[in-house]
Ligand binder design. Structure first.
Ligand SMILES: *Cc1c(COP(=O)(O)O)cnc(C)c1O
Length: 393
């Protein structure tokens, strides 16, 4: 008989009972060093005192009122996101996929209202990941996510990530926008090559396209900048965020410049839960900490430290590890042997280090942004041990 939970996940047979900082404790009391952080979500670790305080206080006051009324927490958070980004206006969602959906709808409606309804196609990158709704699996374009769910939502074209010739060649009179992740997450922790995002901005301007970034995973301080595209010194027209912004509470947002946001007039789009008082309390509390002086600079610093140590292991175990990729505290280790990422991931789990898999034979490290050098040293020692075991096998 089928389990009462739909069998969409191949879960590891373990459950966690509580968390504290960068540690999780399972129901048997065993401690794990959490370098997965709920898949890049728990950016301040578990039970961060400021988040607990702010959310607890909100829980006793008000949970949900709907978007029929003003929500002061939304106004506060939107003002702060606008003040700290390229954006002029924000739409709140419950997830990353919904934030992408809002961006895609805004893009289509922008061209529609500008007298070019034929411009509805979006050029995306191969090995992209934008979520699991019908439109976002079409945008992601991965066969394994699309199989059995046809017909695929129309309007997405794909080119190799980082290839500008392919990008230019894919543009047609129907092209509305370009959508990429500044650092691909699920696809294998691939940062955009040097100059790529700058050139996408120039191409978008040249052809009258909108430029949209998916910073659901790489945003909110993860790469050592508040948003990963800041490294390139250019700005998009639309951007989706989620994961880190809620610190573990489901929150997403679609940020846009005025000319795009202004097409989403009353009645064009909506959500029941998006931006409710509880979610906004969590996200505002996350920003309180992330925007503190020196917090993001510290992410850059610890990211460099971690990367250097990982590179040391790549040199030490060439039969097991091939390369380090990523930026800040969004790092990947590519395994040498076919499927070597699974083997390494399993070994690390056994040693008490939680990590995630990514495409391209990569083990992904997206620890809470509060990790310090001692935590990183502990993780490195476990990775070293795992590699030693795997190279002996
Ligand atoms: C996780 C993720 C999404 C989807 O977010 P959900 O909250 O799972 O809908 C979209 N894009 C990227 C880059 C992601 O990492």
């Amino acid at each position: 008989m089928i389990d009462s939970i739909m069998p969409t996940y191949a879960r590891i047979d373990i459950a966690f009972d509580r968390g504290e900082g960068v540690y999780l404790y399972d129901t048997n009391g065993r401690r794990y060093l959490d370098f997965l952080a709920g898949i890049a979500v728990d950016c301040l670790g578990h039970c961060h005192p400021h988040l607990v305080k702010e959310l607890t206080s909100q829980v006793g006051k008000l949970w949900h009122t709907s978007n029929l009324y003003r929500v002061p927490g939304q106004e506060k958070l939107a003002d702060r996101l606008v003040a700290n980004s390229f954006a002029d206006s924000v739409f709140f969602t419950n997830s990353g996929a919904e934030a992408i959906e809002c961006g895609l709808k805004s893009i289509r409606r922008y061209h529609y209202l500008n007298g070019a309804p034929e411009r509805y196609r979006v050029i995306c990158a191969a090995n992209a990941f934008h979520g699991r709704t019908l439109a976002t699996i079409a945008a992601g374009g991965q066969a394994k996510h699309l199989e059995g769910f046809g017909p695929a939502v129309d309007g997405f074209d794909h080119v190799a990530f980082g290839n500008l010739n392919e990008m230019r060649a894919a543009i047609t009179p129907q092209t509305a926008a370009i959508l990429v992740e500044p650092v691909q997450g699920e696809g294998g922790v691939n940062p955009a090559p040097q100059g790529y995002l700058e050139e996408l901005r120039a191409i978008a301007d040249e052809f009258g396209l909108l430029l949209m970034f998916d910073e659901v995973q790489c945003g909110i301080g993860r790469t050592g900048r508040l948003f990963a595209h800041e490294w390139a010194g250019i700005v998009p027209d639309v951007m989706a965020i989620a994961k880190g912004i809620g610190g573990g509470f489901p929150v997403g947002a679609c940020l846009a410049v005025e000319k795009v946001a202004s097409v989403m007039t009353a009645g064009t789009h909506g959500t029941t839960y998006g931006g409710n008082p509880l979610a906004m309390a969590a996200a505002n509390a996350v920003l309180d900490v992330i925007l503190e002086d020196g917090f993001i600079a510290n992410v850059e610093h610890t990211g460099r430290y971690f990367r250097q140590k990982l590179e040391g292991l790549v040199s030490k175990y060439p039969a097991v590890l091939e390369a380090v990729s990523g930026k800040g505290l969004m790092l990947g280790l590519r395994a040498t042997a076919d499927g070597g990422n699974s083997a390494l991931n399993n070994e690390l789990f056994g040693l008490g280090l939680l990590t995630a898999l990514a495409g391209n034979n990569v083990v992904r490290f997206v620890p809470p942004l509060i990790v310090n050098e001692q935590h990183i040293d502990d993780a490195i020692s476990m990775i070293d041990q795992a590699c030693q075991k795997l190279s002996a096998a």
